[in-house]
Design a protein around this ligand. Structure first.
Ligand SMILES: *Cc1c(COP(=O)(O)O)cnc(C)c1O
Length: 410
């Protein structure tokens, strides 16, 4: 039984007040911080004193406003600590570089965000000599077989981009821990729905750019983990965040923090509309990929792992058969104002992209095939603007217009 309630935990974590009693925290915009005694500085440099003792050093090290956002995100994920970064990619890459060194081995799920895939496929092995093995994350036997005593990290997405495969987190955590590796889970697609740390993940990473910020106006990321791991990232001699420096601006941290209180309501509505549209499209004979549908291979797994009340996520895929139909369908949907052709997701308006030629184009055609990404697949991130029935009319009429345009040609 899953008893963790992320909304309750997030509410408990919100106890900041502004300097003058404002209901919102103040923004700490300083890039450097003074100390009262000269001998405090060496203690901060040696990691003996830090934010817990009210000691701050420099804006590339911990910033109080960014740390407050981190505390709220840690509450959401049920981890000891968290820190926010300049992007989702910097959260992912700095986590990997903190855990692994040259000669180590990592096992990576093969259905992942295109940028993450390119990092693991090319950048990491080419620049560092860290060896990477890709496996289908749904094939637990293959994952287990890929792990060796050199494996330091197993990386998967909780709900995978763009096929919406769901990771069997407890089983993957067992496999990772049995070979002494850490399980790192990207939870960008399923905030609040999945709490990977509650199912054994050691580190949860996010692109805050998507659902968590929700307005498509800020690029940002987060790393949620133990106190010890977050501290190690900021070590002045060995910490990848401190030394590579992908800091979040405190103004961004402030803005994102103000959008967290309605994340729950937003996720509920994203999920509700995605489910209604997926069901109705399926009734019309459209091929739909959505884990909320009982036909989806991971429907039961997600039902078992998910926190109750947030649904099955705001993204579904429709397979229109070929690339030409996929493109035409998106153009019709855009002209009828159902949504916009754009990459990204988690926005209040609907965003649509053909994964094979956009966000997953870093994968070769062969690799796409293996990952289940078909040429006709359109990924739809369902927004909550307008009314549900208004949007359904636009969607339904677009399907009919597409079908008519092809029967007319044939
Ligand atoms: C967008 C995305 C990222 C990268 O995040 P940025 O904020 O764009 O750097 C990583 N993982 C997933 C699943 C994403 O959707």
């Amino acid at each position: 039984m899953n008893t963790f309630d992320p909304l309750e935990a997030m509410a408990e974590s919100r106890h900041e007040f502004g300097e003058h009693g404002g209901v919102n925290m103040c923004i700490e915009a300083s890039t450097t911080f003074t100390v009262l005694q000269a001998d405090t500085l060496p203690h901060i440099f040696h990691g003996e004193q830090g934010p817990k003792q009210g000691c701050y050093l420099y804006g590339r090290h911990f910033n109080p406003t960014v740390l407050t956002l981190g505390r709220q995100l840690a509450a959401m994920e049920g981890t000891e600590a968290a820190y926010a970064t300049a992007s989702g990619m910097s959260a992912i890459t700095n986590t990997v570089l903190q855990i692994c060194k040259a000669g180590d081995h990592v096992v990576v799920g093969d259905t992942i965000y295109g940028g993450t895939y390119a990092f693991f496929r090319h950048y990491l092995p080419e620049k560092t000599g860290i060896e990477v093995t890709f496996v289908p994350q749904t094939d637990l036997a293959a994952v287990e077989a890929a792990c060796t005593e050199r494996t330091k990290l197993l990386y998967v997405e909780g709900m995978a981009n763009p096929t919406l495969a769901v990771a069997d987190l407890p089983a993957l955590a067992d496999i990772a821990h049995a070979c002494g590796a850490k399980l790192v889970v990207d939870n960008t697609f399923s905030p609040l729905i999945l709490s990977p740390a509650r199912h054994g993940a050691d580190i949860v990473v996010h692109s805050l750019t998507k659902y968590i910020n929700g307005a498509s106006d800020i690029i940002a990321g987060a790393i949620c983990a133990s106190d010890e791991f977050i501290g190690s990232l900021m070590d002045v001699s060995h910490g990848s965040l401190m030394l590579l420096g992908p800091v979040m601006d405190p103004h961004s941290a402030f803005e994102i923090s103000l959008r967290l209180p309605h994340l729950g309501m937003r996720m509920v509505e994203h999920s509700h509309r995605a489910l209604v549209f997926a069901e109705r499209l399926q009734e019309m004979g459209v091929s739909v990929v959505y884990p909320g549908l009982p036909e989806h291979p991971h429907h039961e797994l997600l039902t078992r792992l998910a926190n109750p009340g947030f649904g099955y996520g705001g993204i579904f895929g429709v397979d229109m058969g070929d690339a030409d139909r996929a493109d035409r369908f998106m153009e019709i949907l855009q002209s009828r104002r159902f949504g916009m052709m754009a990459v990204s997701l988690g926005y209040f308006d609907t965003l649509m992209s053909a994964s094979a030629h956009s966000t997953s184009s870093e994968l070769s055609e062969e690799e796409q095939k293996k990952a289940g990404i078909t040429q006709g697949l359109v990924r739809i991130s369902v927004g909550y603007s307008g009314t549900l029935e208004q949007r359904w009319q636009q969607l339904k009429e677009s399907v009919i217009e597409l079908q008519n345009s092809y029967t007319a040609v044939a």
